[in-house]
Write a protein that binds this ligand. Structure first.
Ligand code: PLP
Length: 375
């Protein structure tokens, strides 16, 4: 990673060599997968074999996979596509979802849908009892992410799926951060968003795993590719890279992540671990550093060659307090003093040690810069 200690896999992972090789193979070929000639059929074969390979790794039916341009498009298609095909006008959406879910939900609210937000507790877990009470015959769709991209909390998705099935309400789940981290079994969920670049595949490729029997309105109209749900020439090379990255040998980063948590707590004793301490993604550690502006801390660590994230979005370059932490009950100060550390297939002990070495001084300096030095 060119001398950088990269601790931001939840933003994007380095390309796996297996993915690069698969894409290079396909890039050197010509052929539109929709073309009927030999070259087109060869490209189609690559797409269909990749579809089968991805499906087998997530307990999906190959026919349910709709390739998209990434997780954002998959979430938009899941939400808008299902909502717009429904005669019902109420949506139940997790309060701590990614913006790829929250923003299409807000757009649907502007088109006459009633959107009710499902609260999360202090660990970021969805309130299942609240969902049980809120579910009724007029609900077009429930959206609850599989695991949170900021604090890493894994949702009780089996329970959520059971409730939705009981009420015959489709469930959309964003599993972008889960793919490659947990053994994903999508078979009980109507609509699941995944993305290649979080697992070492290319940016700009993803999929919606959508139950074939679920009515959906396409967002893109055109050539009718992907069973008429998602028109546009299918990216055979990108899809081959996606499958190759997902099929590449798994790397268990949990011990490394546990050591990262331990070292942060030793070097900065007042750091607060956010999210569920047990039911959390194995590659995620998310901390608040009281009195310490997260964006200043990020830049100080970056200057030491350690790449991390505040985890929350920027609007026009201005860091916003995390809606996830706010939904979990944090105040704006604590929400603004947080960093996410995320690991992946090429992470090493030296990355964690570099963070632990740089962190205490960076925290001290960030606190001074924030003018909120603690005694
Ligand atoms: N959903 C979650 C939970 C994510 O973390 C991300 C990426 O940050 C996305 C959706 C968007 O995926 P993509 O970058 O492939 O559009």
């Amino acid at each position: 990673m060119g001398g950088v200690h990269y601790l931001d896999y939840a933003a994007t992972a380095p390309l796996r060599p297996e993915a690069l090789a698969a894409m290079q193979r396909q890039w050197s070929q010509v052929g539109n997968p929709s073309s009927l000639h030999t070259a087109g059929r060869a490209a189609r074969r690559v797409v269909e074999e990749s579809r089968e390979q991805i499906a087998a790794l997530i307990a999906a039916k190959p026919a349910d996979i709709v390739f998209t341009s990434g997780g954002t498009e998959a979430d938009n298609l899941g939400l808008k596509g299902i909502a717009m095909a429904s005669s019902k006008r109420r949506l139940l959406v997790g309060a701590a979802e990614h913006h790829a879910v929250l923003d299409p939900a807000a757009a649907l609210a502007g088109q006459g849908f009633q959107v009710d937000y499902l609260p999360v507790d202090a660990l970021g877990r969805i309130d299942v009892d609240y969902l049980a009470d809120a579910l009724s015959d007029d609900v077009a769709l429930v959206a609850v992410m599989w695991a949170n991209n900021e604090v890493g909390t894994i949702q009780p998705i089996d329970e959520v799926a059971r409730l939705c099935r009981r009420h015959h309400v489709p469930l959309h789940s964003d599993a972008v951060q889960v793919l490659g981290q947990l053994d994903l079994d999508v078979s009980g969920v109507t609509s699941v968003a995944i993305s290649a670049h979080k697992v070492g595949g290319p940016v700009g490729v993803g999929a919606l795993v959508l139950d074939r029997n679920q009515a959906v309105s396409p967002l893109l109209h055109g050539g009718g590719q992907e069973r008429d749900v998602r028109s546009g020439t299918v990216d055979a090379a990108g899809i081959a890279g996606f499958a190759a990255a997902l099929a590449a040998p798994k790397v268990d980063v949990r011990p490394l992540r546990d050591d990262l948590i331990r070292q942060v707590m030793v070097t900065v004793p007042d750091a607060v671990l956010n999210g569920d301490p047990v039911e959390r993604l194995p590659n995620n550690a998310h901390f608040s550093f009281p009195g310490c502006p997260g964006d200043a801390l990020l830049m100080l660590l970056d200057a030491q060659g350690v790449a991390v994230s505040t985890g929350s979005a920027c609007t026009a370059g201005i860091p916003q307090p995390s809606h996830v932490l706010m939904a979990m009950g944090a105040d704006e100060d604590l929400a603004g003093s947080s960093l996410r550390f995320s690991l992946g297939w090429a992470s090493s002990q030296s990355d964690v040690d570099a963070l632990a070495a740089a962190l205490p001084q960076a925290v001290e300096r960030a606190r001074r810069a924030g003018g909120r030095r603690r005694s």
